[in-house]
Design a protein around this ligand. Structure first.
Ligand code: 4NP
Length: 172
């Protein structure tokens, strides 16, 4: 199963992963998607998000995440939560976990041949943090920190992808 997207072999695919797929990873998805569009790279890079857990499958992102993201110009309300599935390990080139628990869960499921695709998103830069703290039980400040960390790391990730895959401002 590859979900809603028909994969082309030449497109670079990024999967953002957290626990519930209702707070951190949809926010990362929305930020990177906007950056991809702003760079005219939507024919070259595709981003999606998923959770390691199954509690929120089919749900909209958390209202607090939707509102905090919208304040910064990122629209994530239309995303729907899904769980990581076995085909994701083959289909995606970058599978980026928000924290060590997500990364550990991904490593358990991932075939050996694809393990190199698994990383922490903040390996690309996170202003002194190595992981994105789970904001689910935190107040509004937690969601602001998530946005701060994700905006910086997605900017750096996109720069890395552009350089590594020789994508100029208008693609290859
Ligand atoms: P997320 O946040 O992993 O950033 O989507 C969470 C959402 C839901 C739960 C935990 C974390 N939960 O326990 O339901």
């Amino acid at each position: 199963m590859t979900g809603k997207y028909q994969f082309s072999p030449s497109i670079i695919r990024v999967l953002m992963v957290c626990l519930g797929n209702i707070c951190r990873s949809p926010t990362a998805h929305g930020i990177l998607e906007k950056q991809i569009n702003n760079n005219n790279l939507k024919n070259y890079i595709y981003v999606d998000s998923a959770g390691t857990g199954d509690w929120h499958i089919g749900e909209s992102p958390d209202k607090r995440a939707v509102e905090a993201a919208a304040e910064r110009g990122f629209q994530i309300a239309n995303y729907r939560a899904r769980q990581v599935c076995s085909s994701d390990f083959k289909d995606y080139d970058y599978i980026l976990a928000m924290d060590y628990a997500n990364l550990r869960d991904l490593k358990k499921q991932c075939p050996a041949a694809y393990k190199r695709k698994l990383q922490l998103l903040l390996d690309y830069g996170g202003g002194g943090h190595d992981t994105v703290p789970d904001p689910y039980y935190s107040g509004d400040k937690g969601f602001e920190l998530v946005l701060d960390l994700l905006e910086e790391s997605c900017t750096r990730l996109l720069q890395h992808i552009k350089e590594r895959h020789s994508l100029g401002e208008y693609g290859r």
